[in-house]
Design a binder for this molecule. Structure first.
Ligand code: PMP
Length: 302
């Protein structure tokens, strides 16, 4: 987690000085919203993937919670660019966070907020081995959020308590990641990823009703359409996970990782399948600036 500079409330500070007091209400009750963004090394220098969309989702998340911030998406974009440039990163992960500060109070009405943007070099989120061999997942014993309990379209800090419980359960039983079912019992998403399956050749992903609307998911929907695999967004049941010939998870930190086993059942032949392989290649080329048509997704850092 090494970096020289961290952006705090509009200024770049030496990272050691970018701290918050213990009595910060956001820390005690998980009252914050954040983003996870990747910057990639390209032939034209560092480029942040879908930065305006991430900045917009950050501000949208604050709006969903009713957290007020003086910062605009454009200022968050600039802050992220400044973190990459000041730290001379070629590649990194960026973490903007808007958090409630001030007194111990559960009301967010008029709550003062702080904003920070950290950056660090973060290699493979699920490990280098996962990229090659795929991962083993379980269907979690924890239920994913109901949108009227915590709203799933906000990337809110407190939402991740349930993710942490599910992820820890997976690790304890020797799996890499958890697939979570929604309160109706249908497949929703993973602890920090969206999910796709391929069944009878069709690319399918759970509809957006009760998931975080992932920016990687959105990119894959577009890439798949362009590659001639029109995707279907619909309700997915648990047994379909066992019947799918390919399954993969995706997210900004995770990128695209194939699933080789679910609840002890091998997926397909246990290797990354042809549709996943195609999408993985297209995604990797897009983030690295190798496909002109998707340069629209890159914010180049001068
Ligand atoms: N769902 C959850 C719960 C997540 O935490 C993430 C990671 N942000 C995703 C999906 C994927 O979203 P994105 O592709 O925008 O990173």
């Amino acid at each position: 987690m090494q970096s020289e500079f961290t952006w705090m409330d509009g200024k770049l500070l030496p990272t050691a000085e970018a701290t918050v007091p213990f009595l910060t209400v956001g820390l005690h009750y998980g009252l914050g919203v954040f983003e996870g963004i990747r910057c990639y090394d390209t032939a034209r220098g560092p480029a942040v993937f879908r930065l305006p969309e991430h900045a917009r989702r950050l501000i949208d998340s604050a709006r969903i919670l009713g957290l007020e911030t003086a910062y605009t998406p454009e200022q968050i974009v600039q802050g992220c660019v400044d973190v990459v440039a000041s730290n001379k990163f070629r590649e990194c992960y960026l973490r903007p966070l808007i958090f409630a500060k001030g007194g111990m109070n559960l009301s967010l009405v008029g709550a003062p907020t702080g904003v920070g943007i950290a950056g660090w070099a973060w290699a493979a989120y699920l490990g280098e081995e996962a990229k090659k061999a795929g991962i083993r997942v379980n269907v979690s014993s924890y239920t994913r959020h109901h949108p009227n309990v915590v709203m799933t379209k906000a990337k809110a800090s407190g939402n991740y308590v349930s993710s942490a419980l599910a992820k820890s359960e997976s690790v304890r039983i020797g799996c890499d990641e958890a697939i979570m079912l929604d309160p109706q019992g249908y497949v929703s998403e993973c602890t920090g990823q969206n999910l796709f399956i391929v069944r009878d050749g069709t690319l399918i992903t759970p509809s957006a009703a009760s998931i975080l609307e992932g920016i990687t998911r959105d990119s894959i929907l577009e890439l798949a359409t362009d590659l001639g695999h029109p995707p279907v967004e619909r309700t997915v049941s648990r047994d379909e996970l066992y019947l799918a010939e390919e399954v993969f998870v995706c997210g900004s930190a995770t990128e695209i990782i194939s699933v080789r086993e679910i609840d002890g059942r091998r997926v397909g032949d246990g290797k990354m399948g042809p549709v996943t392989t195609k999408l993985h290649r297209a995604f990797t080329d897009a983030v690295r600036g190798k496909t002109a048509a998707y340069e629209k997704w890159l914010t180049f850092v001068p």
